[in-house]
Ligand binder design. Structure first.
Ligand code: SF4
Ligand code: SF4
Length: 232
């Protein structure tokens, strides 16, 4: 399955991104502080009973907040070598699966088994599957992470100073939830943001994301080239 997907990739050279690791220290500290709170909230609740060889949850565009994206970038800086990170951007960021949605770049194969390469820093949504907040259809006993706790944790990552945390792509659109590759493009240079914008407008059938249109004053869910208004 992975081999088939490797034939498709978004037509953008992710290896040339320069500013991608230069996030403000204030934001890094905010993300680390929020991660501590989330870890405390979920303590003893993240117990999974999934079969060791199942990673069905990891296919498709895994959405995350800017805070969670920041945490992943910090994790890569502190735990991966430069070569590993370069290979990630060269070979895996921007990979598409058969339905043209983005594949999570961190599901990687080692010693014949697929597993998460950023497990301690994985997004919140990845901690929900296989729990009572989102039981899967497989015959597993869900762990006791319920909806209420999930939304408390979600609020910690998604809100700061009473506001939704977002990143402006340009004067018109802001990003609230997006897959890893989408954040990379939104967070680097004017060129990558401009690519992202044209990708969404002209060719965009590969991203799912939650965006805000500042002119129309509405949140919309973007998927397969369509915009579905969530709220105004
Ligand atoms: S971040 Fe890890 S757990 Fe989450 S979808 Fe990717 S590989 Fe799976
Ligand atoms: S939650 Fe279900 S689909 Fe996901 S890894 Fe566990 S058993 Fe597999």
């Amino acid at each position: 399955m992975i081999n088939n997907m490797e034939r498709q990739k978004i037509n953008y050279d992710f290896t040339k991104m320069k500013g991608i690791f230069q996030r403000p220290e204030e934001l890094n500290n905010f993300a680390l502080e929020r991660m501590e709170k989330v870890a405390y909230l979920l303590r003893d609740k993240e117990k999974y009973h999934c079969p060791a060889d199942c990673n069905d949850c990891c296919y498709g565009s895994i959405l995350m907040s800017y805070t969670e994206f920041t945490l992943i970038m910090l994790y890569l800086q502190h735990n991966w070598t430069r070569e590993e990170t370069a290979a990630l951007f060269r070979e895996r960021v921007g990979l598409l699966q058969n339905d043209e949605s983005l594949l999570c770049p961190f599901l990687q194969e080692e010693a014949g088994a697929r597993h998460c390469r950023i497990y301690p820093a994985r997004p919140l949504i990845c901690r929900v599957f296989g729990t009572t907040a989102s039981p899967c259809k497989k015959p597993v006993t869900p762990s006791p992470l319920n909806d209420e706790l999930f939304y408390q944790a979600y609020n910690l990552f998604y809100y700061g100073s009473g506001r939704f945390i977002a990143l402006d792509i340009d004067r018109k659109w802001s990003v609230y939830e997006a897959p890893f590759a989408f954040w990379c493009l939104a967070d680097d240079s004017e060129e990558s943001r401009s690519f992202l914008r044209s990708f969404i407008e002209e060719k965009g059938d590969s991203f799912r994301a939650v965006l805000y249109d500042q002119e129309a004053k509405m949140f919309f869910y973007y998927s397969k080239g369509h915009k579905e208004i969530i709220s105004t």
